[in-house]
Ligand binder design. Structure first.
Ligand SMILES: [Zn+2]
Length: 467
């Protein structure tokens, strides 16, 4: 490809067409079905997928067939199939469903209000992961504009990723013949360590989510009457959590929830830690005086990517501060979000957690751990030499720096599905979720220059697919 042509074309497309479309997209509150069970009746997902479909259709890609795939009761999938002008098959993946708004958006910002500020487009879901369909089409358009022969391209955009992709397997089954066997999967839903290079993701953690409930009474009673006699459900929860996690260090205790980190990944963490420097995690919105669990950046990188870790993400059974009286409450439920190592079997990890939490109930309390379907993690297969060279060339051309590889702490369930289904497939997993971009939290933004650069890099890598 001719870099001198690619960049201005892609840049212009972003400015004149992609950013306006993304601003419209941000205005649509199309939360993932887990967060909006009535998504179908609300119609937001339909508006979002139609917006993307209409935009893509208006680009008039040569040899493109664009369909919204539908199955009863399931979220749709947008499929953009572009006939190849040479051999090869590439899948480009992204998603259009969004996380819920969360609290804490700064003055003037909001989840459903697009705001352009300092080269960033603020609002829910543009970076995670609405931009993916637009960036993919921009890359294809750049290839076609320059008449660069390209393989068959299949852009697959789902609408249930933030719920663990429950609707995707059925679509994949129904359209397996159309999708075929990809030589390369490009996923634009991941993170980046900084905005100065293309970051490739070499692993993703798995995720076990479940609600841990402790019942001690049929109804709440006067805490002055009962405390000292009836064990508090919260204290029992603390005991149960202590089986799972060392409260002093955050280390997850059962050996069965750890794996031996492959030496190559340790070396990779060391390299990325060196690129990012000691202040890399200063990007979190720490309160004054607050420190990380360790000082060694490499160890923090490994904690974040290859070691299990627990977050408590929701509760039930506890009134808000305004309405809480002196009551010994009948039950407490905590939602446990346990990240697990990339190569640990997620179903086994769920069973391990359930057994650990439910066995030997303190005081005979009623304890239930109700787990959702676990999301498996993923580790990249060894990178083919051509892909390493293509990534190197792309990142140097458009970011002016060599690329860097690292694991990510989050999960993309579909990558595990694809990895199991297509063991010979190569993966380029990358994304715009860099410092402060805050997907899932407040003040999410899309770093626009990175979106432009990545679109160019995608075109460059596709151009270099052998065959
Ligand atoms: Zn995402």
């Amino acid at each position: 490809m001719d870099h001198a042509q690619t960049r201005p074309h892609v840049q212009d497309l972003w400015t004149s067409s992609i950013l306006p479309a993304l601003r419209d997209y941000i205005r649509i509150p199309n939360q993932s079905p887990f967060f909006d069970p009535a998504w179908e009746a609300h119609g937001h997902m339909e508006r979002a997928v139609t917006l993307a479909r209409d935009w893509a259709a208006a680009r008039n890609l040569k040899g493109a067939q664009i369909d919204i795939l539908r199955l009863p009761g399931r979220t749709p999938v947008l499929l953009i199939e572009v006939a190849g002008t040479r051999p090869g098959n590439v899948m480009l993946y992204g998603h259009l469903d969004k996380q819920p708004p969360f609290e804490g958006w700064r003055e003037g910002l909001g989840p459903w209000t697009p705001v352009d500020r300092d080269g960033r487009l603020y609002g829910r879901g543009a970076a995670d992961d609405g931009y993916a369909v637009f960036a993919s089409v921009a890359a294809i358009e750049a290839l076609q504009r320059q008449n660069v022969p390209h393989p068959r391209l299949c852009v697959l955009i789902e609408c249930s990723e933030e719920s663990g992709s429950p609707d995707l397997p059925s679509h994949i089954e129904a359209h397996a013949a159309r999708i075929g066997v990809p030589d390369l999967v490009i996923c634009l839903d991941s993170g980046c360590g900084d905005y100065n290079r293309m970051w490739t993701t070499t692993s993703l953690r798995g995720l076990v989510v479940g609600d841990l409930r402790v019942d001690v009474l049929h109804e709440g009673v006067h805490s002055g009457d009962a405390s000292g006699i009836v064990p508090s459900s919260f204290r029992i929860l603390r005991q149960l959590l202590a089986r799972l996690e060392d409260a002093a260090t955050g280390r997850i205790l059962p050996d069965a929830l750890h794996v031996a980190v492959p030496p190559g990944r340790v070396a990779e963490a060391e390299r990325s830690a060196a690129v990012l420097g000691p202040d890399t995690f200063a990007r979190f919105p720490w309160v004054p005086g607050m420190q990380a669990v360790a000082t060694d950046t490499k160890e923090l990188m490994l904690n974040r990517t290859w070691r299990p870790a627990l977050a408590i993400t929701a509760q039930q059974g506890m009134p808000n501060l305004e309405s809480g009286g002196n009551v010994l409450r009948p039950f407490t439920t905590l939602r446990l979000s346990l990240r697990i190592p990339p190569t640990l079997d997620a179903e086994t990890a769920t069973r391990t957690a359930k057994h650990l939490l439910e066995s030997d109930p303190p005081y005979g309390a009623k304890i239930t751990f109700k787990a959702d379907k676990a999301s498996p993690g993923w580790e990249a297969p060894p990178t083919a030499p051509w892909l390493a060279e293509a990534s190197e060339a792309a990142s140097r051309s458009y970011f002016g720096n060599p690329p860097c590889a690292m694991g990510e702490g989050g999960s993309i369930p579909f990558m595990a599905m694809l990895g199991a289904r297509f063991p010979k497939t190569q993966f380029l997993i990358t994304g715009v979720l860099g410092p402060e971009s805050n997907a899932h939290g407040p003040n999410e933004f899309l770093h626009v220059a990175t979106g432009v650069n990545l679109s160019c890099c995608v075109a460059e890598v596709i151009a270099r697919l052998p065959g």
